[in-house]
Design a protein. Structure first.
Length: 175
């Protein structure tokens, strides 16, 4: 007695059923890929304060994303070099965000987002993701990033990083 389908007809029926399942999921609007805001779009948000900065870096991470978690320790240094204000968005609770902020000594705002807010309000479908905005909240860049190197390159290419001065004076080099 066989428990599995081994003839060609049964396999075709099973594949057709799977095909129908995936076509149904594809048509389901809740599973559609979200289109990010494009360059030039005005991003209205209640977390942005007019006139507070010349540039904004909105960084979206998930605590379920390995690349996002690996990016966290580098955000402090990036915030010290970035010519503007960083706002970090996480899927964590307010308590988790407070702990993250304390642990990494972040001096920038951390907000919590829901899955719906991420998709509908911010149009982000994958993390880590960043928007660069000007002082009028106009999108100048919208990118998925993999790590701190990609984020630093993006900010450097946009000329939004200041050079940090070292406090160690080289011996024998005149001032």
């Amino acid at each position: 007695m066989k428990n599995s389908i081994s003839n060609g007809v049964g396999e075709i029926i099973m594949l057709n059923n799977l095909d129908q399942i995936f076509k149904t999921k594809e048509k389901d609007s809740s599973h559609k890929r979200v289109e990010n805001y494009s360059i030039g779009h005005h991003l209205a948000s209640d977390v942005l304060t007019p006139g507070k900065a010349e540039n904004y870096l909105l960084c979206f991470i998930s605590f379920y994303c390995v690349d996002c978690i690996e990016l966290l320790p580098h955000l402090k240094e990036i915030s010290e070099k970035f010519l503007g204000e960083i706002i970090l968005f996480t899927n964590g609770s307010e308590e988790e965000n407070i702990e993250i902020s304390k642990y990494f000594d972040f001096d920038f705002t951390i907000n919590t987002y829901t899955k719906e807010e991420l998709a509908i309000t911010y149009r982000v479908s994958m993390t880590p993701f960043v928007y660069l905005l000007d002082s009028n909240f106009i999108v100048s860049s919208a990118n998925n990033i993999k790590d701190e190197y990609e984020l630093n390159k993006l900010l450097s290419d946009q000329k939004l990083l200041r050079l940090l001065q070292t406090s160690v004076q080289q011996e024998g080099v005149p001032e």
